[in-house]
Design a protein around this ligand. Structure first.
Ligand code: MG
Length: 168
């Protein structure tokens, strides 16, 4: 079966999310445990997270839902409106992202809850961009937060130490 990692990286980029911006959120989540952490130290963990098929599917579903809503393409216009206004009680976007955090244990889950509440960096930028209704990022903020939370969890467990030196 195909590996959709590069497709997902392109989709994220098209929706205004760079790998560096995700790495910056992961760094923020681990900053209190390590001195002088750099976002670049999370690149290999983010690649590893994005290598997992379940993660790729969650990213693809998230971005497709957002884009279909943004282009007013949904058959269900009530659902379209819910997505466009990022209805606070609509939790399917978080549930989709749990598919990512569930693969990385309890640290990923608590990090995800934290970053979902105290939006940092790209997460708050994505939220702001969705506010006027011209763009829809209802699903995107959650998968981005979940990728960062998963990468931070992988880092906390020390798996990054086995990674090959990362070259861009
Ligand atoms: Mg959301």
């Amino acid at each position: 079966m195909k590996n959709y990692r590069d497709l997902c990286i392109d989709l994220l980029q098209e929706r205004g999310v760079s790998l560096h911006s995700i790495a910056e959120v992961a760094r923020y989540l681990q900053a209190e445990y390590h001195e002088n952490l750099q976002a670049e130290q999370f690149y290999s963990s983010i690649y590893s997270v994005l290598d997992k098929r379940e993660v790729q599917f969650a990213v693809m579903v998230a971005i497709e839902m957002d884009m279909q809503a943004e282009n007013r393409n949904l058959f269900n216009k009530e659902l379209e409106e819910i997505l466009l206004r990022d209805e606070p009680l609509f939790g399917v976007d978080e549930v989709n992202a749990y598919g990512i955090t569930n693969l990385y244990g309890s640290i990923a889950l608590t990090n995800f809850g934290y970053i979902d509440k105290f939006k940092y960096g790209i997460i708050s930028e994505i939220n702001a961009r969705g506010k006027d209704g011209s763009e829809c990022h209802t699903f995107l903020d959650d998968v981005v937060g979940a990728i960062a939370a998963a990468a931070a969890s992988r880092f906390a467990h020390g798996y990054h130490k086995k990674d090959e030196p990362f070259e861009e």
